[in-house]
Design a binder for this molecule. Structure first.
Ligand code: ADP
Ligand code: ZN
Length: 207
């Protein structure tokens, strides 16, 4: 099981689990959200094109992300496996992915809707990639990993969160059926009280 796709609603904890999986299995963590945000920060052409979509909670056009991912998967460090986080997000992206690689396993992280809302509404992130929550950190909001100040992502505002969840239901959730039909989907059910480590234990069991 080397080429892995992570599926799950925004806030399901894909990013957090992807970091742990990448470390455990020594494979690169490829996050389209992180790549896009980096491009926005650096003011690249891609970043300029993606910005308005992301801020509105919409998906950026398939054409913008498909080539990036195909390129990234072609790099040397992805030859022995990778964990894809946030891609594919549409059927068209999944079909494009099937043209350039073979996916061994699709892991769906399934979290109840109420827990998703609760998490996204207090999510804090760090430049280093760490994710946290207002309920878990001290009031100074320092990153437990690198010490920088944690911040709220622009697209975690309540209106945008609602838009992202609607987009997930309509455009991304159909991928569950797509991969189920191929026979390489496994689901991990997470409930609101599961800690990061509990989820990772469940994940390791199915990988
Ligand atoms: P989350 O999973 O919490 O929504 P991500 O960091 O994966 O966060 O994505 C943030 C935003 O980046 C998405 O809402 C979307 O606008 C854009 N994005 C990321 N990956 C894709 C993709 N594969 N296709 C289209 N848009 C994407
Ligand atoms: Zn940090």
């Amino acid at each position: 099981m080397r080429n892995i796709v992570l599926l799950g609603a925004p806030g399901a904890g894909k990013g957090t689990q992807a970091v742990l999986i990448a470390k455990e299995y020594n494979i690169p963590h490829i996050s389209t959200g992180a790549i896009l945000r980096k491009n926005i920060q650096e003011g690249t052409e891609l970043g300029k094109q993606a910005k308005s979509y992301i801020e509105a909670g919409q998906l950026v056009p398939d054409s913008l992300v498909i080539d990036i991912v195909a390129d990234r998967l072609g790099q040397d460090d992805a030859k022995n496996g990778y964990i894809l986080d946030g891609f594919p997000r549409t059927i068209a992206q999944a079909e494009a992915l099937d043209r350039v690689t073979t996916i061994d396993l699709v892991l769906d992280i399934n979290v109840p809707f109420e827990a998703i809302i609760e998490r996204l509404s207090g999510r804090l992130v760090c430049k280093c990639g760490e994710t946290s929550h207002v309920d878990w950190v001290d009031s100074d909001r320092k990153c437990p990993k690198c010490g920088e100040t944690l911040f709220v992502r622009d697209d975690d505002k309540p209106e945008t969160v609602r838009a992202r969840l609607a987009v997930y239901e309509k455009q991304t959730a159909p991928l569950i059926g797509y991969y189920e039909a191929k026979g390489n989907l496994v689901s991990v059910d997470v409930d609101g009280s599961d800690q990061v480590e509990d989820v990772f234990e469940k994940v390791k069991k199915v990988l």
